[in-house]
Ligand binder design. Structure first.
Ligand SMILES: NC(=O)c1ccc[n+]([C@@H]2O[C@H](COP(=O)([O-])OP(=O)(O)OC[C@H]3O[C@@H](n4cnc5c(N)ncnc54)[C@H](O)[C@@H]3O)[C@@H](O)[C@H]2O)c1
Length: 401
């Protein structure tokens, strides 16, 4: 059996590493640098060990390629390409479209096509299938299924193997083949009655997080205005053994999923005539957090940041990963610069970002902690500036959000 995986990023490489333990995997990616590194056995993804890639290459079970024609003869093709937002914060299916084109133009026999990219309900049925059919020169019928990826990069307790996996096919045959495929490397498969349910569930999971993070960020602002410690309030509320789930205040949401996926749900809702007011408001609250934080820092520092040296500590969107996609640190830096601050950043895990390198801790007037990696010492952060503002709750002794 030959499995082709379109996109060798966080999701695609993670699945390639699992599947290539049992089956022949072709990892297709348009990025030639990534392909060349992968063929040398070098993983560019946290959570995917280079050793796994090397072992699969030596066993003859994995090869990366940028040649679309190499996917010919695949029995299964998995789509794992980005699904970002466009400039108007609307779903951008450009990458899905180009993956469909690659599949349509290069498959030489009917295959099972599984989408793992996150998108709105109806994407598999109303977009992927017709798009592949539109580009295809052949008349044969592929099978189509969805199995949204839930991987959380950097997480140790839940991984691809032990995270329950939703799946559904457009036909009973597609559903059955999808079940067989994932059962070789996933412990817990959850079949749902339609691809739309799986697609909606994936979006709702991340929307649930986005809305609750916004709610707790709003509580942080209310608490500060009332002179109450928000984290103590949350700890207190968290003692209730049922009906409450604790979320923590932060500089906002980051990564490829939480700031993006809810807007896919909002968009499809709007097209169906429903206003997704919670989602929109949650977006606004989270996107405004950096401005709120910059305002607090300004107020605490004599009402002006003009010419002040501000160090942003941690620009990755979450601890212990180098991922800076959609990081709230970017909005915070912009907000601080708008107030006249001279901003640098420290993040040894990220190293370099947007053409600039991480600077050492220290020598600034102000430090604002966005993300606290384990390798960055709390004591060193506290010593790095006379005024330290902490959005993470991890730097005791700093001014807290
Ligand atoms: N990163 C996560 O934690 C995560 C978790 C669950 C779901 N998802 C979803 O999975 C999907 C993929 O996300 P990701 O994080 O793996 O993205 P990524 O940016 O890490 O990787 C995507 C890869 O696809 C490649 N690519 C783009 N278009 C291509 C094409 N037409 N053909 C071949 N390769 C192509 C890119 O070069 C890139 O290497 C998205 O829909 C995302 O929302 C991501």
């Amino acid at each position: 059996m030959k499995v082709s995986i379109i996109g060798q990023g966080y999701v695609g490489l993670t699945i390639s590493a699992s599947v290539s333990k049992h089956r022949n995997v072709l990892g297709f990616d348009l990025n030639a640098t990534i392909v060349s590194q992968l063929n040398k056995g070098i993983s560019h993804i946290e959570g995917v060990d280079s050793k796994n890639i090397k072992d699969a290459i030596y066993a003859g079970k994995y090869k990366a390629t940028s040649e679309a024609a190499d996917i010919a003869g695949s029995d299964i093709v998995v789509i794992a390409v980005p699904t970002p937002l466009d400039g108007n914060r609307k779903p951008d299916l450009t990458y899905i479209d180009s993956a469909c084109k690659v599949i349509a133009e290069n498959l030489t026999a009917p295959a099972l096509i599984i989408n793992e990219s996150t998108s709105y309900p109806g994407t598999l049925r109303d977009y992927i299938k017709p798009t592949i059919e539109k580009y295809s020169k052949h008349k044969f019928e592929h099978q189509y299924a969805i199995s949204p990826e839930r991987v959380d990069p950097g997480r140790k307790d839940y991984n691809q193997k032990n995270t329950p996996r939703l799946y559904a096919g457009l036909t009973p045959e597609a559903t059955q083949r999808t079940r067989e495929f994932y059962s070789t490397f996933c412990d817990n498969l959850v079949e749902v009655s339609s691809p739309e349910v799986a697609e909606a569930a994936k979006l709702f999971e991340n929307t649930f997080r986005q809305v609750n993070i916004a709610l707790v960020n709003e509580l942080a602002q209310i608490s500060h205005a009332l002179g109450i410690d928000v984290r103590e309030t949350l700890d207190a509320a968290g003692t209730k053994p049922y009906g409450f789930m604790k979320f923590s205040p932060s500089a906002g949401v980051g990564g490829h999923c939480i700031p993006v996926d809810p807007s896919y749900l909002a968009d499809v809702a709007e097209k169906a005539g429903v206003q997704a007011t919670f989602i929109q408001r949650a977006n606004e609250v989270n996107l405004d957090m950096p401005k709120y934080i910059a305002g607090r820092v300004e107020k605490d520092n004599g009402g002006s940041l003009k010419g002040k040296k501000v160090l942003v500590v941690g620009v990755a969107y979450k601890p212990n990963v180098a991922d800076t996609r959609e990081t709230p640190a970017e909005l915070l830096i912009n907000a601080l610069e708008k107030l006249g601050a001279v901003v640098t950043w420290n993040d040894p895990v990220v190293g370099s970002w947007q053409g600039k390198d991480s600077v050492a801790l220290g020598g600034s007037d102000i430090a604002v902690v966005v993300t606290k990696h384990d390798v960055v010492s709390e004591v060193e952060i506290l010593k790095s500036a006379p005024y330290v503002f902490d959005t993470t709750g991890k730097v005791k002794g700093a001014v807290q959000l």
